[in-house]
Write a protein that binds this ligand. Structure first.
Ligand SMILES: [Zn+2]
Ligand SMILES: [Zn+2]
Length: 203
């Protein structure tokens, strides 16, 4: 996917792209060391299945290299501290040395990153559940309406509601079907399908 320059963006943060699904996401750092780091920032926030798996990669306890093992130095992206990492660990996890060091480091920036990864994970899981429900509830309609486009918009709106940019959204999908996406008092996402059942007789 081409990296477009968003001229409306006044904050100066460039968009980043998920390395797994290509989704365009807002960059959260003012600068990246390289393309890989930009991709890692995208993977940290994307809600696709691969990005969710990537965030959950566990780094084995035995991350320090043994005597005979080849070592790689990883640099924590938050404090710049270097850490010796076993090459085996890196190839097992598939993480870059910098990502690995940034997940293992004990500095406040790295601790904050861990929390961010967990929050993004919780968000992605919640959105996936919402997507599944939207598909079940709204996708199977047989009257020529392009429901894939409609459910696509609904999924975007679920994200807006989850992030509290919107409190509640109502969509009149057809004459008799409406959707309401909102949050319950306990913070769950609530998706409602309102169907108007008209019973009438004409004689
Ligand atoms: Zn993705
Ligand atoms: Zn650090």
């Amino acid at each position: 996917m081409e990296n477009e320059v968003n001229t409306l963006e006044t904050v100066g943060l460039a968009d980043v792209f998920c390395p797994f699904c290509g989704k365009q996401l807002p960059g959260r750092r003012s600068r990246y060391e390289d393309d890989q780091e930009a991709a890692e920032d995208a993977a940290a926030q994307c809600d696709c299945a691969e990005a969710r798996e990537w965030r959950q990669i566990k780094i084995p306890r035995r991350n320090k290299a043994g005597d005979k093992e080849a070592m790689v130095l990883g640099v924590c992206r938050f404090c710049g501290q270097t850490m010796a990492l076993s090459k085996v660990t890196l190839s097992e996890t598939g993480l870059s040395a910098r990502e690995c060091a940034s997940r293992l480091c004990g500095c406040p920036g790295a601790a904050g990153y861990q929390i961010t990864l967990e929050n993004e994970q919780a968000r992605a899981e919640k959105l996936q559940e919402a997507y599944q429900n939207i598909e079940i509830m709204f996708l199977n309609r047989d009257d020529g309406q392009n429901m894939e486009a409609v459910t696509g918009i609904m999924m975007e709106l679920v994200g807006m509601v989850y992030d509290e940019h919107l409190k509640k959204v109502s969509l009149q999908i057809s004459a008799g079907v409406a959707a309401v996406i909102g949050r319950t008092a306990s913070g769950s996402i609530r998706i409602e399908k309102k169907q108007k059942r008209v019973e009438s007789a004409e004689v």
